[in-house]
Design a protein around this ligand. Structure first.
Ligand code: EPZ
Length: 419
């Protein structure tokens, strides 16, 4: 079991280049199933989930070349793909379920492992399945697999999602590209990663119209084109490093981003007292004064992202006053709290609410990571005390953060991986 050892108490200062977004890359990769033309995807983050999705596509029969040095994936579907996505891939990466819409709409059949629950919640896929059923799919669950077919192909129809879901919006968006007629999707998720998927799908020839708030119309097509696409930056990675600078009284220049996409996070951090200067494609973050407490709620975009909740909690521990968090997206996303308490943090939780008592002192400890964002929150916490913190089970971290210890060491952190 690999672990990270951190000796904190040092300023994190310098420049960090933000990688491409994992959560934009994964649906784009899944959607390449639709086309037989050559696709080149650039600015791909070299993280485990992207490797897993690439291997899943190869397993299905795609020719996938992942040039990790150039952060580029080339995909070419020479032949008919297999329509079976084994559990092996979905047990470690739930986004594997995004191949369902693509396989079903293209090949009219698909058998995809049902992803299980995970550390942050039960995470069902009922919204995906009900929407596909509405488009004409016959779906059964057998031996842990979603078995889907649509003999005459999927049909466009009106789909109003009962709840805002990033994954369901992506899966149906992809499926609708080859459905007959128009699919009118309502109450869609609006995450920037979905915009990036739309921009890729349009490049390959899909007809998609965003019409007003949370509404997307897709007109099915038959033929697609080749394309080159550059994935957008990872806004959660950017937010994580801003917090690292604020926690350690450092000064970071965060490069390769578009600050306009993360205004909610930037404004909230400013409210806490983090000094952030934004430019067109970078920002500078530093902490000048004492930090103030804030009350936040996680919400679908453009609200405060659940994927940054664990990280901001660490900042709340050292801020003045009492802060509160209400986690509205996942039912079990406070797994990091008990580990932060082991470092000395005073946090009370009740259901989906957390009360963080500020002016806390963090002490190094041996910790266990439970999911991706909980893991990075423990790394951030470890940057504060000058004694040793050990974060165990860091394979979660490698699923979504590219070269985190390299990026942090370059900016002054004392952080080492043990294999
Ligand atoms: C995406 O997960 C992200 N993953 C998550 O990032 C992110 O936390 C989440 O969106 C919310 O922003 C990827 O993009 C690969 P949802 P997703 O469907 O699509 C419920 C990270 O750390 N729901 O928007 O799975 C669900 O249980 C990760 O990078 C249903 O009830 O999230 C949750 O409570 C983790 N039925 C809520 O909706 C469904 O069919 C939102 O989930 C689908 C979802």
């Amino acid at each position: 079991m690999q672990k990270l050892e951190i000796r904190g108490g040092r300023k994190i200062s310098g420049t960090i280049t933000i990688s491409g977004s994992k959560n934009a890359t994964l649906p784009i990769l899944a959607s390449t199933i639709l086309t037989n033309k050559k696709i080149v995807i650039k600015n791909v983050p070299v993280v485990k989930d992207v490797e897993t999705m690439s291997t899943l596509l190869s397993e299905l029969g795609s020719t996938v070349k992942f040039n990790q040095k150039r952060k580029k994936i080339e995909i070419f579907n020479k032949q008919k793909l297999k329509t079976f996505a084994p559990y092996n891939f979905l047990k470690t990466m739930r986004a594997g379920v995004l191949v369902l819409g693509a396989l079903l709409t293209k090949y009219k059949v698909a058998k995809v492992a049902l992803p299980g629950g995970c550390a942050i919640g039960s995470r069902p896929i009922d919204i995906h399945l009900n929407a596909l059923k509405k488009m004409g799919a016959k779906i059964t669950i057998k031996d842990g697999y979603v078995v889907a077919s649509a003999k005459k192909g999927l049909k466009g129809c009106k789909i109003k999602f009962p709840k805002i879901s990033v994954g369901a919006t992506e899966n149906i968006l992809i499926a609708a590209c080859f459905a007959k007629g128009i699919t009118k999707m309502r109450n869609c998720a609006l995450e920037p990663e979905i915009d990036d998927l739309i921009s890729f799908l349009k490049k390959i020839g899909c007809k998609i119209n965003k019409i007003g708030k949370r509404s997307i119309d897709v007109c099915g097509v038959k033929n697609l084109k080749k394309a080159v696409h550059k994935v957008i930056f990872d806004r959660i990675e950017a937010g994580t490093y801003i917090i690292a600078a604020a926690l350690t009284k450092g000064r970071l220049r965060i490069k390769n981003i578009d600050p306009k996409i993360m205004l909610t996070e930037i404004n909230l951090l400013r409210k806490m007292g983090v000094d952030i200067v934004t430019k067109k494609n970078y920002l500078i973050a530093r902490r000048l004064d004492k930090l103030k407490s804030v009350n936040i709620e996680t919400r679908p975009y453009p609200g405060f992202p659940t994927d940054l909740q664990a990280q901001i909690m660490v900042l709340m521990i050292i801020a003045n006053g009492v802060s509160t968090i209400r986690e509205n997206i996942f039912e079990n996303r406070f797994m990091h709290v008990s580990e932060l308490r082991r470092m000395g943090a005073q946090i009370e939780t009740k259901g989906n609410r957390a009360k963080i008592f500020g002016k806390g002192k963090l002490n190094g400890a041996e910790l266990m990571a439970t999911d991706l964002r909980a893991s990075v929150c423990l790394v951030l916490a470890g940057l504060v005390p000058s004694n040793k913190t050990v974060v165990n089970r860091i394979y979660h971290l490698d699923r979504g953060y590219e070269k985190i210890e390299k990026k942090l060491s370059k900016c002054g952190a004392k952080i080492k991986r043990f294999r």
